[in-house]
Design a protein around this ligand. Structure first.
Ligand code: HEM
Length: 127
């Protein structure tokens, strides 16, 4: 049963991040630079899904975590908040195309860094 919950949470964490960031950032390359304001609920649900699965992971892993893990978790968490902020801004209706470009690029760079931090956290645990 526990393996089922672990896999579900891992799936929720990674799939939701792919779908949300991919939709918000990848759209620009498909000629759809605007995240519809209607998508605000979807973005909000995505943030909640990533946060719940992330907190589940954290609660499971932090007890036996090695030195450095907590610090890198903090860095990853702050970077994730930055990405959430950028994607949420992209659902605004009254912004200029220049601002959208900046927010998209910033979300992309932030996501690249979050994924590196996630991989490093895993490496620190020797997993
Ligand atoms: C844009 C948002 C986020 C992205 C793209 C992201 C991505 C990732 C990725 C790719 C991994 C590695 C998964 C694996 O190899 O098993 C990971 C692990 C993890 N994430 Fe996130 N994450 C995000 C937000 C968050 C948030 C908000 C939290 C906490 C509330 C969180 C907590 C964790 C934890 C605890 C791990 C496991 C670290 C370990 O293996 O030691 N993540 N994340």
């Amino acid at each position: 049963m526990e393996i089922f919950l672990d896999l579900l949470m891992r799936w929720l964490h990674i799939f939701t991040a792919i779908a949300m960031v991919g939709g918000a950032v990848g759209g620009a390359y498909l000629g759809q630079p605007i995240v519809a304001p209607l998508a605000r609920n979807a973005v909000f649900s995505g943030i909640v899904g990533i946060a719940i699965s992330g907190i589940y992971n954290m609660m499971k892993l932090m007890k036996g975590a090695p030195q450095g893990w907590h610090m890198w978790f903090g860095i990853k968490f702050l970077l994730a908040l930055h990405v959430f902020g950028m994607i949420f801004l992209l659902t605004k209706t009254d912004s200029t195309p220049e601002k959208r470009k900046r927010w998209q690029m910033s979300a992309l760079i932030g996501t690249a860094a979050v994924v590196v931090a996630g991989a490093y956290l895993r490496h620190l645990r020797g997993a």
